[in-house]
Design a protein around this ligand. Structure first.
Ligand SMILES: [Zn+2]
Length: 270
């Protein structure tokens, strides 16, 4: 049985939520840059020395974190309200009469697809990491000006460290899709969420930059025109893959609900 969809005024409340997300994800490099700067600050504090290529925007970072926290909190309230008004459990979204599913593949097929996608993230993540390592060790592929990275060492910020982050990201996706969930769920969910929070906005902003600079000068001086397309296409594919693996893992490994007691795979509905 499916219930008919109607427009509810509370849906308008998503507009300010979307504005907060847009601010948090894009202003002054967005939350992705904040996370990268935070990771580098920790590395700098542990290893000593200057690893930050730029002055961190601490106040902006605080504003973005607050904006995104409010957006997450408001989203939870709105989703729960929507579920309750559709007769579903507000906490977990499970129900006796689920709405038309967004995804019509069965749970087994989704899991098989997630395994395939998790392995597939090796391709974009590996391609990006390979390019960064190639430059870090003095390679010239994709450089119009061969001296642009002349001062770069493998441990310079944004080179070997991003390749290590890429490797961690791929391992996470593979463990979520293939590993036995003996680890606490949050131990995989939290870093995968951070990965998505970095990849999704950067890949979208980068792709928009690529398209808007198609007929003008290349946006990155010293680099060949195709570098922007290569890097942000890798990010985009990787972002889609990691998000899919994360969502599938979340639904597959959810414990039974503390509010309604229902268990099992919920059909993904909207
Ligand atoms: Zn429930």
């Amino acid at each position: 049985m499916t219930t008919k969809r109607r427009f509810h005024p509370y849906l308008l409340a998503w507009i300010p939520v979307a504005a907060l997300v847009l601010f948090g994800a894009t202003s002054n490099g967005g939350i992705a840059m904040d996370i990268l700067v935070s990771i580098m600050s920790v590395i700098g504090a542990v290893a000593g020395g200057e690893v930050l290529p730029l002055e961190p925007d601490w106040w902006g970072m605080a504003a973005r974190v607050v904006a995104l926290a409010i957006a997450v909190f408001a989203s939870v309230l709105l989703i729960r309200h929507g579920r309750a008004s559709a007769g579903l459990c507000p906490r977990c979204g499970r129900g006796d009469h689920p709405r038309r599913p967004l995804v019509t593949l069965g749970a087994d097929r989704l899991h098989r697809l997630a395994r395939f996608v998790a392995i597939g993230t090796m391709l974009p993540a590996g391609g990006y990491a390979a390019l960064k390592l190639h430059w870090a060790f003095g390679g010239h592929v994709g450089l119009d000006d061969p001296t642009v990275f002349a001062d770069v060492e493998p441990w310079s910020p944004g080179f070997a460290d991003t390749a290590i982050l890429a490797a961690i990201g791929v391992c996470l996706a593979v463990v979520m899709a293939w590993g036995r969930p003996r680890l606490p769920r949050w131990l995989l969910l939290a870093p995968a969420l951070i990965g998505c929070a970095m990849l999704v906005p950067v890949s979208i902003m980068g792709t928009i930059l690529n398209i808007t600079t198609l007929w003008t000068d290349a946006p990155f001086s010293g680099l060949s025109w195709w570098i922007g397309w290569f890097v942000y296409s890798c990010f985009l594919l990787w972002a889609v893959g990691l998000t899919f693996v994360l969502v599938e893992y979340h639904y597959r490994t959810r414990p039974s609900c503390r509010a309604c007691g229902r268990s099992g795979y919920v059909r993904i509905t909207a």
